[in-house]
Design a protein around this ligand. Structure first.
Ligand SMILES: NC(=O)c1ccc[n+]([C@@H]2O[C@H](COP(=O)([O-])OP(=O)(O)OC[C@H]3O[C@@H](n4cnc5c(N)ncnc54)[C@H](OP(=O)(O)O)[C@@H]3O)[C@@H](O)[C@H]2O)c1
Length: 244
């Protein structure tokens, strides 16, 4: 038995990259999973794979994190299906563009709507469930949420927001027994960046930066905490500070 066996987990951004790897890691630990993202086919394929390989239950909830009513409904469906929610992983997110001067309002809005509004809609909806379970709320932040990121100030600011929000929410709900964690990776080989050019999984060779499975293990560690909280976990490529 692992700490996550029979725990119910709501996971956003489950259709690729870090989210998909996290689904595999948590399923291996015996958790039941509610899988959220917009691409339904990918979620369905993933759910079938997970149920075939592990003795767990899955729920596929195609959801756009920018839609507050859809997020609230996904949370309700998850709680009803599994009889509560023990762990929530706020992972859906994206980066667009680079230079502030050239950033379109559409690109700006895409990052703010998904990374900021989506995190808020989810958190607001899950607190009552996590209070009941005394569970864990885990945010996927970023190195860019702790240090300046000249390549993309708006993406960085959205992740500084996520981190500041998470820490402050921790102050609000810690006495209720809810653990709040932020996992901050540097570059990870996923589809991240694919809408603007080359996906990180193609830009970097295996071994050059972090693999999604490594971030998944960090998330699983935070998710398994029953008493203390992983406040923040930084998972960096080893050469990140070279030439700093
Ligand atoms: N890769 C990196 O280098 C890196 C580094 C630090 C932090 N991060 C963070 O890690 C998280 C996961 O990213 P990743 O690297 O795994 O990239 P990814 O492979 O592109 O995955 C992003 C996930 O977010 C979902 N998503 C995006 N917009 C959404 C929306 N409006 N509604 C619902 N789901 C949405 C996508 O699903 P659908 O498209 O199917 O909706 C997908 O499952 C993000 O928060 C990212 O900022 C990534």
């Amino acid at each position: 038995m692992t700490a996550l066996a029979d725990q119910s987990v709501l996971l956003t951004g489950a259709s690729s990259g870090i989210g998909e790897a996290t689904a595999h890691a948590l399923a291996a630990d015996g958790a039941d999973l509610s899988l959220l993202a917009r691409r339904k086919e990918r979620l369905t394929t993933l759910a079938d794979e997970l149920e075939a390989s592990h003795d767990i239950e899955t729920l596929v909830v195609p959801t756009d994190m920018r839609e507050e009513a859809a997020v609230a409904e996904a949370v309700d469906r998850t709680a009803e299906t599994f009889g509560g929610i023990d762990v929530v992983i706020s992972n859906a997110g994206l980066g667009r563009g680079s230079s502030v001067e050239d950033l379109s309002t559409e690109e700006y809005q895409a990052m703010m709507d998904t990374n900021v509004d989506g995190s808020f809609f989810l958190t607001r909806a899950v607190i009552e469930h996590l209070r009941r379970s005394e569970g864990n709320l885990i945010f996927v932040g970023s190195f860019a949420g702790k240090y300046p990121r000249p390549f993309n100030p708006v993406y960085a600011a959205s992740k500084w927001w996520v981190r500041g929000f998470a820490m402050s929410v921790a102050g609000q709900v810690g006495e209720d027994g809810i653990g709040v964690s932020v996992i901050n990776p540097t570059e990870v080989r996923t589809e991240f960046g694919s809408k603007d050019g080359t996906a990180f999984e193609d830009r970097f060779e295996p071994g050059e930066v972090t693999e999604p499975e490594e971030v998944a293990e960090a998330i699983a560690f935070a998710a398994a905490q029953d008493n203390s909280t992983v406040n923040e976990l930084d998972l960096y490529r080893r050469d990140k500070f070279s030439g700093w």
